[in-house]
Design a protein around this ligand. Sequence first.
Ligand SMILES: [Zn+2]
Ligand SMILES: [Zn+2]
Length: 494
Amino acid sequence: MADIQGSYDDLFTAVPTALAASLDAGDAGAAVAVFVGGEPVVDVWGGFADAERTVPWQRDTIVNVWSVTKTMTALCALVLADRGELDPAAPVARYWPEFAAAGKEAVLVRHLLAHTAGLPDWDGPVDDLYDWPSATARLAGQAPQWEPGSAAGYAAPAAKAPLERTTIERRAVGEFDVLIDIKFAGICHSDIHQAREGWGEAIFPMVPGHEIAGVVSEVGPGVTKFAVGDRVGVGCMVDSCRECDNCKAGLEQYCTGGGMTGTYNALDKNGEPTYGGYSQKIVVDENYVVRIPDGLALDVAAPLLCAGITTYSPLKHWNAGPGKKVAIVGMGGLGHMGVKIAHALGAEVTVLSQSLRKKDDGLKLGADHYYATSDPETFTKLAGTFDLILSTVSAPLSLDAYLSLLKTDGAFVNVGAPEEPVALNLFSVIGGRKTLAGSGIGGIQETQEMLDFCAEHGFGAEIELIGATEINEAYERVLGSDVRYRFVIDTATI
Ligand SMILES: [Zn+2]
Ligand SMILES: [Zn+2]
């Protein structure tokens, strides 16, 4: 434990210096005892990597304060209390300028201020405590209001760089916009492809995330489809031309009028970069927002916005259903949704996975059969079997081998996108009049239909919920196929 002596004003440099030294030394945490005028003022201690979100508070001790910034905000509250300068209605930045740039830390200190000033205890969900504008408004007894321009997010500052916490700009809510408080964001393999420029040059800083589930917190005056409090989702696109034949036909994902605007790693109509779901707020035109049915929990719904629709759309288009034999290649984020959806559509479902490691899961999720593609016998045994093969893997496959598994007129459809071109012997499609095709996500209306379908059948994705600090590690695990079956970020931890 470091003992720090000094005046209040000294503390604001001395305490972070002491804590930073512990961090630099690789300590798991630090304890600091603060004395002013020889009198003990406060003990601060905590684990730096601890993602505990509750902060049991007492006058002289702060437990589980898990970063230098948060420690400082908490300390600041106590010092101000001692100075008799508490004013819960005043902007927190008045007390410490860095608060202005540290949204959720400011909420923490406001929370402590409220305690210290004898205001009623926080009565909302703990997660909401970190939503600075609404929490402070609530503490002050006002309706929450959002100031455009700031939202906490996790961004890759450059290609292949680890993601880190940042503050991003969100546009003001326009006439047809909804402001969404993001609650959960799924991690899609394509987030990694893009953050690492595997699919070509990308826009940085990049806030990935196109599997977004949240709650509407504000609507523009022209919005007719959504109201504050609605549970909603946003998938891979946030705009398109709206005028081309594809857009008019509900195939906005194939917009020919300049292409759809990606939820991130794209430029919007004003030339501003779009930022995705690893964030606490997003502003989206209502026409690119879908409703999450009541029966679906938001965390398991989030991955449906990409993994769900990406498999649902081709399964519907190529008529997966009763009497049809459908193979799903790959048992990852997309694959496990493919299994669930194909099964719910009534098809006979086979999983073709590299190994039998996830066989039990596959059968539980609705597969009727499960084969390892590492076993060459699989390809002899299943030759000419399937009406439809949906490949969800983004590693290059031997297309000729997979096409041999199709019946006459069968279709092999790719939804996974390898970074390199793949080889094909065209005789593989000539014999048996086979189709080799691709499919990308789905239109807005179809995405809504998919969500309703999943809710009706009572399933979402299988997820592993993580905190924002685990994103980089999760990326490595996705690349190692070590996730069952989708990482979902609890955005309250950002
Ligand atoms: Zn995706
Ligand atoms: Zn269009």
